[in-house]
Design a protein around this ligand. Sequence first.
Ligand code: XMP
Length: 317
Amino acid sequence: DWTAESFVETTVAQLKEKIGNDKVVLGLSGGVDSSVAAVLIHQAIGANLYCIFVDNGVLRKDEFAGVLESYKTLGLNVKGVDAKDQFYTALAGLTDPEAKRKAIGKTFIDVFDHEAHLIEGVSWLGQGTIYPDVIESVSVKGPSATIKSHHNVGGLPDFMKLKVVEPLNTLFKDEVRAVGRTMGLPEYILGRHPFPGPGLAIRILGDITPEKVEILQQVDALFIDGLKREGLYDKVWQAGAILLPVQSVGVMGDERTYERVVALRAVTSVDGMTADWAHLPYEFLADISNEIINRVKGVNRVVYDISSKPPATIEWE
Ligand code: XMP
């Protein structure tokens, strides 16, 4: 029978055997898969695993600092790379969702390739690929798709020529979580909702500016913190906020305001392929709406997305 403990024992032994004294580079995303892969490889080869965690400027509020700190607490040899400006430059003026995804993917590859070159003699690329990623033959998202589209335009980046080590590629998501739990990863990482690689860039409809990112980060944080406070976070599969390219009229005192509209999205789902909008309590929605409008400057209206997938996707872009 499969158990997380025996998987860890066997895999760590295999990794030691396979990698020996070589060096491995691995990109951490803050998500469950890359985190568990890192902790496994780290257990096998220690500081010869070089982890890279990139701030792409479209992460959640305080995510970069918070996640970096928990990686350090886990003992990982991790380098946090602040590449926000590089990403904002690449995104400037782009409004098409696929163009944004491509810009983010390409910039990530450039940053990662640069960082990988700084590690002398690295010969392996570690990845958190899980079994569903392997069998999903035509994937439109995720790093592999990004790498493919980059490949088509500009040839293979150097880190892609490294030997690949993917210790989770036989596991399903719940097994990955079980392995992570056995290895002492905090619930903060294990229990988190999925978050798209292009991050808040596909939740800001229209072009991306640092100012819009900051507004959305504040709204998103109030929403997510509220869900956690009310014990609702673990009841929904994914949640987030979308900044709409719309302004609406409001009143404040005697003045008319003309400010931004945000949409809140929360869904229940098993695998993200189909999803129902989460029937969050009205009282909760009322409180969160007030809190957002009172506290986030520049937002005067909140709407709740009550569309199911299909046909509406979880993300708006
Ligand atoms: P949709 O919007 O297609 O999303 O219903 C299904 C799941 O996929 C995530 N998603 C992405 N993840 N890169 C990612 O890594 C992307 O470009 C991307 N687009 C959507 C989405 O957050 C949801 O979990």
